[in-house]
Ligand binder design. Structure first.
Ligand SMILES: [Fe+2]
Length: 282
């Protein structure tokens, strides 16, 4: 892990225990996914951490105001995502307080990277594993791993939308119950090209919604403006057959016509998968 992250927030016995539970999730004695969650310990944020949030928020929100999906922007307003402080996960002013009433989704703090099955198990419960540390100010433009700016600013506003909310839970259930590596790889690609790097057409214009684009000042511009990006219409089976690389700007992006299109495609895929597995998705 990057030593310049504010480690003090996730360096204690609780966090170590939670990480161990995540690493062993699914093994005998480790069936309870809620054991991977930790407290946010909000007092651990430094003034520099708060300033980093404000700078990132101001810079990116101004850009996104005319370029992000309306669903994202209205979600950000309805969960009270604001510039003046790093989001609270608990309490009356928290993002979770608002999300609960809107869709039932919750953001839950985790100590670090979750193995795939543990991550899917959280999504299946409408719980989003959330990194609580924030990048150091010295790396404000680029961080190779998720931080709270990516996880909350980038992901969580869409969880306020009922259609996207249903899609993401169905995704989690299907991915959790599938033990076929072929389908696990296909589902990873679907996540990448939608939740992380998706574009959508709204009112005849391309808009951003993928969290990797939303939370990246460099790639958000590149995704919309570069002539080097191949922007293709969304088709679930084509997306699932497209491989990706993580260490450079994405040369291929897929464009939704609506979030209903994504939800409906996911529902059909889940039914196909779960019929084979003899399980039921909803
Ligand atoms: Fe992400």
């Amino acid at each position: 892990m990057n030593p310049s992250l504010n480690h003090a927030m996730i360096d204690d016995a609780d966090a170590r225990r939670a990480q161990e539970r995540a690493d062993h999730f699914g093994e005998p004695g480790h069936e309870d996914i809620t054991g991977v969650y930790i407290a946010q310990r909000y007092e651990g944020y430094t003034e520099e951490n708060q300033e980093t949030w404000r700078i990132l928020y101001d810079r990116q929100m101004e850009f996104l105001a005319t370029r992000a999906s309306e669903v994202y922007l209205s979600g950000a307003r309805s969960i009270n995502l604001v510039r003046d402080h790093i989001p609270y996960l608990e309490g009356p002013r928290s993002v979770n307080h608002f999300l609960k009433r809107l869709t039932g989704w919750q953001s839950r703090a985790v100590p670090g990277y979750l193995p795939a099955k543990a991550f899917f198990a959280c999504l299946a419960r409408r719980e989003f594993p959330t990194t609580i540390v924030i990048r150091p100010k010295s790396s404000i433009d680029y961080l190779p791993e998720p931080d709270i700016f990516h996880d909350i600013f980038g992901h969580v506003p869409l969880h306020a939308d009922p259609v996207f909310a249903d899609f993401l839970q169905t995704y989690g259930k299907a991915a959790l119950l599938t033990n076929d590596p072929h389908h696990t790889e296909r589902l990873a690609r679907l996540f990448w090209f939608t939740v992380e790097f998706g574009l959508i057409r709204e009112g005849g214009r391309l808009r951003l919604y993928g969290s990797g684009l939303i939370s990246s000042p460099g790639e958000s511009r590149h995704a919309l403006e570069s002539s080097e990006v191949d922007r293709r219409p969304f088709d679930l089976d084509v997306v699932c057959a497209t491989s990706f690389e993580i260490d450079h700007y994405q040369p291929i992006l897929y464009v939704l016509e609506s979030f209903e299109q994504l939800r409906d495609a996911m529902n059909s895929y889940a039914m196909r998968l779960l019929d084979r597995a003899g399980a039921k998705v909803a």
